[in-house]
Design a protein around this ligand. Structure first.
Ligand SMILES: [Zn+2]
Length: 485
């Protein structure tokens, strides 16, 4: 192995030091770098392409279901934030404030948005007059800043992060609740179909819902290190925000009514989950649908056959491009095939096509899967369709492995020592009957930093036992405890 090849490799091991391994994959696969300020990252083109993949998928779904994109200012006057007291309380410790414009101190401080309900809802209020203006569904793609004092972890924990935030207003609770569920379905679909990550759906416990919300729903994904990622949240806000910002309308009987609102957000944490779930000790592993390059064609030639191998490889790449496959032809002279294989494995290209003199002679190609090196010899005809079949196979391998990890790691426990012991030993989710008191979560949190990441979506679902697994009082819910990102 040459020096170059050694440099390419990931030195940390996912199993033993997942944190260091993750940071190395992110940097060496050229997804992101650390910015000079703690808590901020620079998203490199390969990382941003992944975010664009998320955007393309969701944006199409949002638009088909009635949402329109808009853009509101990044800075919000303090007086606007203060109109909804829960938002102020919930976000105040994390708000970044602008106090000066040039050398002048501002008369009113401006918050860099931690979320935009407080600037969007007042405008929705202006724009909505009658029930005919409802429902109103807005979405914006933007960044927000939450000044959390934690160690930087690209895509998982950063002070500034990219996300989309949707904000809608409706006539009735039922409609608003349907909206809340539609968005959660779309998030689930992104995780399952595009990112090849199975998720669980549920509600956040009351003490952990979005500030001011009636109900916060979530999709949770289990990472290979046993921690849960909150993959996206969709909030039914009730009428509290509409009341605080005068979002009222005249109903069919000409009476003034208060709207029901929702908000929903998914951030680039989805990319963190993607990288963490599938990648391995060789580098980034990416499901085909979102991969910036889906196929790399690597010609393998010697002096005698260089031209014919390259011609054939170019033809294959052209056919793939014509079939709308994102393909890269790696015809670099200065690198040998082994180096190229390593580099594209590190960068997460899901399918590699190798073409040497044998393939040319037999009018074939060798197709290799990124996650496990499985290979197959295929005919040259209909290469676009052939590759699509392999995409399906690669997707299934990734999804099935993640699904198995999830299914094996949901356990039950019925007393404190069992909850602590099970999470301590295995990670994953531990279901336990719960009385609904936050103090019982605190007991577990203080011992092993695990919390209630969700409760079942159905409020009427019977708890798995009669007595709270922590305090022994009557249980009203099943709590899912896990360590989380
Ligand atoms: Zn309890």
């Amino acid at each position: 192995m040459s020096d170059d090849e050694q440099e390419l490799g990931i030195t940390e091991r996912k199993e033993y030091s997942p944190g260091e391994w993750y940071a190395e994959v992110v940097q060496k696969a050229e997804l992101a770098d650390y910015a000079p300020m703690g808590g901020f990252i620079v998203t490199r083109p390969r990382g941003y392409a992944l975010w664009e993949g998320v955007q393309d998928h969701l944006d199409e779904k949002f638009k088909k279901t009635g949402a329109q994109n808009a853009y509101f200012p990044a800075l919000i006057p303090e007086s606007f934030l203060e109109r909804e007291s829960d938002i102020v309380e919930g976000f105040d410790p994390e708000v970044a404030w602008v106090t000066h414009g040039g050398h002048e101190e501002l008369e009113e401080r401006l918050a860099f948005r931690p979320t935009s309900e407080s600037i969007i809802t007042p405008f929705m209020s202006d724009w909505v007059r009658s029930h005919r203006d409802l429902p109103l569904r807005l979405n914006q793609w933007c960044s927000v800043i939450r000044w959390e004092a934690t160690e930087t972890k690209p895509f998982f924990r950063t002070k500034e992060f990219l996300w989309q935030e949707g904000h809608t207003a409706h006539e009735s609770e039922d409609e608003a609740w349907d909206e809340t569920m539609t968005r959660l379905d779309q998030y689930e679909n992104l995780y399952e179909d595009v990112l090849a990550i199975p998720v669980m759906r549920g509600r956040k416990p009351p003490h952990d819902k979005f500030p001011g919300a009636d109900t916060t729903t979530t999709v949770e994904a289990l990472m290979p290190d046993g921690k849960s990622v909150q993959g996206g949240t969709s909030h039914y806000l009730g009428q509290g925000f509409a009341e605080a910002y005068d979002l009222t309308y005249t109903d069919e009987d000409e009476e003034e009514a208060v709207a029901h609102t929702t908000s929903w957000g998914l951030s680039w944490r989805a990319l963190g989950a993607l990288i963490m779930t599938h990648s391995d000790d060789q580098g980034f592993v990416c499901p085909p649908r979102i991969a910036p390059e889906q196929v790399v064609v690597v010609p393998i030639w010697n002096e005698d056959n260089r031209e014919e191998v390259l011609d054939y490889a170019e033809g294959v790449a052209d056919d793939l491009e014509a079939a709308d496959v994102r393909v890269e032809l790696d015809d670099r002279d200065e690198r040998n095939p082994g180096f190229k294989f390593n580099e594209w494995e590190l960068k997460g290209v899901p399918v590699r096509i190798e073409i040497g003199p044998n393939e040319v002679e037999d009018e074939e190609l060798t197709v290799v899967h990124r996650p496990d090196g499985e290979n197959a010899v295929e005919g040259r005809e209909n290469v676009g369709e052939t590759v699509e079949d392999h995409f399906d196979k690669v997707y299934a391998k990734l999804y099935d492995a993640a699904k198995e990890n999830l299914e094996e790691n949901v356990r039950e426990a019925y007393e404190t020592s069992q909850i602590l012991g099970t999470i301590g030993q295995h990670g994953g989710y531990v279901k336990t009957p719960w009385c609904g008191d936050q103090a019982c979560e605190q007991v577990i949190k203080e011992e092993i930093a695990a919390e209630i990441v969700m409760v079942p979506m159905d409020r009427d679902e019977e708890p798995i036992g009669d007595e709270c697994g922590v305090c022994g009082d009557e249980a009203c819910e099943t709590a899912y405890f896990a360590k989380s990102y």
